[in-house]
Design a protein around this ligand. Structure first.
Ligand SMILES: [Mn+2]
Length: 155
């Protein structure tokens, strides 16, 4: 689950274009230019194929920018319907020293997050991961990682 600060980063990241420059979310936020809905998902998902693998993600990405956190909860709890996410969101907060050391994000992050994709393959075979990082030098950036099916062996 998200720490409360990760939650702030998750909200802000809805305005960050991962193909753009660091911190482009500030301009996009001011212009009301939301890129996607990145919503907290307070449930654990279990893979049908590999029941030993569960996902507890920082957030899920939906292309529909008007979808909010309560809509998602209502869909799950009232309608018993799991909306299909486009991507899994992982939020990281990193130190300036770590950012410098790895020239960006620690390469172990995408590997760690790949296992979270497995349970979502049941509902979206094209699921991928977006990692959003807030560095304590005040810069926000991120990366997109496709998930290749079959690239992970079950634990
Ligand atoms: Mn996280």
């Amino acid at each position: 689950m998200c720490s409360s600060f990760e939650d702030v980063v998750l909200r802000g990241s809805q305005y960050l274009d991962l193909h753009g420059k660091d911190n482009n979310h500030i301009k996009n936020f001011n212009e009301g230019n939301k890129k996607a809905s990145l919503l907290p998902f307070p449930y654990m998902i279990i893979s049908k194929k590999y029941p030993q693998i569960t996902s507890n993600v920082d957030g899920l990405k939906f292309a529909n920018t008007s979808l909010n956190e309560q809509d998602l909860i209502d869909m799950v709890e009232k309608e018993g319907n799991m909306p299909v996410p486009e991507a899994i969101i992982e939020i990281k907060t990193i130190s300036a020293a770590s950012k410098e050391k790895w020239n960006g994000l620690n390469p172990s992050y995408p590997i760690q997050v790949k296992t979270y994709c497995l349970p979502f393959l049941d509902i979206n075979p094209k699921i991928y991961v977006e990692i959003y990082a807030f560095c304590y030098d005040q810069a926000s950036s991120g990366i997109i990682k496709p998930f290749k099916q079959g690239s992970l062996s079950p634990i």
